[in-house]
Design a protein around this ligand. Sequence first.
Ligand SMILES: NC(=O)c1ccc[n+]([C@@H]2O[C@H](COP(=O)([O-])OP(=O)(O)OC[C@H]3O[C@@H](n4cnc5c(N)ncnc54)[C@H](O)[C@@H]3O)[C@@H](O)[C@H]2O)c1
Length: 260
Amino acid sequence: MVGQRFAGKTVVITGGGGGLGGEYCRAFARESAQVVAVDLDHSGLDRLEKSIIKEGGHCEAQCADLCRESDVSALFERCARSHGGVDILINNAGGDLAYNGPIEGLPVDHWDTVVNRNLKTAFLCARAAAPLMKRKRYGKIVNVSSRAARSVGWYGAVTVAYICAKLGVIGLTRHLAKELGPHGINVNCLVPSFTISGPLLQHHWDQMTGGERDSMLRATPLGRLPEMRDMANVVLFLASDESAYMTGVAVDVNGGSWMA
Ligand SMILES: NC(=O)c1ccc[n+]([C@@H]2O[C@H](COP(=O)([O-])OP(=O)(O)OC[C@H]3O[C@@H](n4cnc5c(N)ncnc54)[C@H](O)[C@@H]3O)[C@@H](O)[C@H]2O)c1
């Protein structure tokens, strides 16, 4: 632990077993938060929990399928029992599934899986966290959208289901900001661009031609891909009282590759 910025705060981070989610968990733990890291299975979570505890931080790994209402209810009931509620929710679970064909061949199962994992998880978690936050008259919700939702065709591997789900996350953010603001709850959204967060994204980067990689970097005024900490720094800001007067905002963290 190096700071006290989130001392006494309980933060639930979904998709904590993944690349960026793990980075957010470590960043909050270093600032003395009580981290509840949630993911589908224990493999990534166990390693994360151990490494955070070894560094002197607090982390509880919780296994849940956040597309299932019963799993989400159980998760937030445990938070209420063990932590007296939740202060911060980072709705980071998500991701795309590979599909390269035309829309007429897109399997409905693909659509459902991608929309559920990116949008339904965020809806269910916000729905369960809201009453706990209202009780405290305090809460921060940070949803995670994607640069892919800003303009079509930024890079090849993105599907229509992912774009629609991530646009939905921005809509969810705006609605919740309006509904929950009067209860002392800020709801904002991180909009990250392509970040090498693990083997899958590394593979996408390696699969691109040199020309594709160059054109992506040329279209990025800052001229580089982001580091995972570039995302974590903004998530922590949006979850902190430093952004107390911001709500309903989708914050682009993309090196200038898309500007509103
Ligand atoms: N890495 C990027 O380039 C990038 C860019 C824009 C947006 N994002 C978004 O950032 C978030 C994190 O991305 P990442 O690169 O770390 O991906 P990742 O695949 O490493 O992490 C996503 C995690 O979400 C978990 N998850 C998925 N469905 C779940 C469910 N139903 N219940 C519980 N957990 C579930 C997965 O198991 C995985 O561990 C995602 O929402 C992604 O769409 C990533």
